[in-house]
Design a protein around this ligand. Sequence first.
Ligand SMILES: [Zn+2]
Length: 258
Amino acid sequence: MYKDPSTPTLELIKDVIKRYGLECVEWEPFVFKQTIEADTKTSISKINLLKICAGCSIINLDTYFNDWKTFQFLTQVLNNDIPSAVITPNFTVGELMVGVETAVRLRKSLKKLNPAPEFSEEIAKYIAAQALEDGIWYLPKPLDFANKYSSMKKVICKECGYEEFFDNQKVCSNCTEANTTSSLKDFKPKKHRVKKGFGKKIKIVEKNPTSKVSKKLTKLLINPKNEEIKVEPEDMCAVKLYSAISYMYEQIGVKYDH
Ligand SMILES: [Zn+2]
């Protein structure tokens, strides 16, 4: 498995932790190389060594979840690509899914030790931009956190005209004075304004409507063979997502459970 470049990151990490314990996530690459090669009496391919280091970094640090440059670099590795210093990668939605799903599953495997943080806004926007370039505006799991950016789901205030990306908040930030704060953490509607009924007159719009795509995708995932595909943007988008999801399961080495 260490020689074969197609071995998924999840399998490699599971095996090194089983062999050497969780402490090994802090090892340097050369320690992994020497130890694994001595123990298994085979050579380890370069990409597998990189995948092990990427996996350890994701387990250890939160940068994959909040820094887009780290995200970009490690997502290439998780997709069996050796990152280049000169070429900026363009990811398909399938490749982005492989990266995100691998990272989330790695953290889940640690149970409560180091749960996965939420992906940052910066990464969500990066993913949405890559998806839109690929002609995909609806993002299901595991990329659903970026969906508001790809679908351009916004809340617009009918009273003051303020608009922002929809974050499950059903009042206008401006009318409830949420944005009169110096710290991002306190960016919440002021209770006394909400009580007085300010900011309620809002509408939620999706500039790129997602419901038709999401329905078609669900049908495809249940029964891909019997689904008629029409030549229209929604169906094309759903088909691309269906291939992306199939690709993800194949790459991470997990069977899709219908
Ligand atoms: Zn308003």
